[in-house]
Design a protein around this ligand. Structure first.
Ligand SMILES: [Zn+2]
Length: 134
C-alpha cells in the first residue's frame, strides 16, 4: 500500500485530526472580535464542524488547502514521495467532506467553507459576515 512507518502514520493521522490550526484561530478571533459567538468542534454534528452558530443554524469550516485538496496551488501540490498514498488520502478526505456537507445540509444547516489560502488575501471576512447575517 504505502511505505509510511508507524511513526509517520501516527503523526500524519494526528495532523489530519488537528484542531485549532492557525487559520482556524484567525477566523475565530476575527469573528469573535465582531461579537459573533459560536460553539467549537461540535461532536454531535457530522464532521464535528469548526464553528457552529446554533441559533441561526450556520456552520463554518476552516479547511487546510493541502489536507482537503483545494483547487489552489498549495492544495494541488502532492509530495514527491509516497505520491500514491497522498493522492488516495486526499481523495478520501474530499469525499468525506462532500458527504459531511450533504449530511449537514440535509439536517437543515447552512454551511460555509473558508479555505486557508483565502484568509490572507481575500475578502473572506465580509463574505463570512454576509453569510452569518443572512
Ligand atoms: Zn487553497
Amino acid at each position: 500500500m504505502d511505505r509510511l512507518t508507524v511513526e509517520q502514520r501516527s503523526r500524519l493521522m494526528g495532523r489530519i485530526k488537528s484542531r485549532n490550526t492557525k487559520p482556524e484561530l484567525a477566523v475565530r478571533s476575527s469573528l469573535h472580535r465582531l461579537g459573533y459567538r459560536y460553539r467549537l468542534h461540535a461532536k454531535n454534528l457530522p464532521g464535528s464542524p469548526d464553528l457552529v452558530f446554533p441559533s441561526s443554524k450556520k456552520i463554518i469550516f476552516v479547511h487546510g488547502c493541502f489536507w482537503h485538496g483545494h483547487a489552489c496551488a498549495h492544495g494541488q501540490s502532492i509530495p514527491k514521495s509516497n505520491t500514491a498514498f497522498w493522492v488516495d488520502k486526499i481523495q478520501t478526505n474530499r469525499e468525506r467532506d462532500l458527504r459531511t456537507l450533504r449530511r449537514l445540509r440535509h439536517l437543515g444547516w447552512h454551511v460555509m467553507v473558508i479555505w486557508e489560502c483565502r484568509i490572507k488575501k481575500d475578502r473572506w471576512l465580509s463574505t463570512a459576515i454576509k453569510f452569518l447575517n443572512r
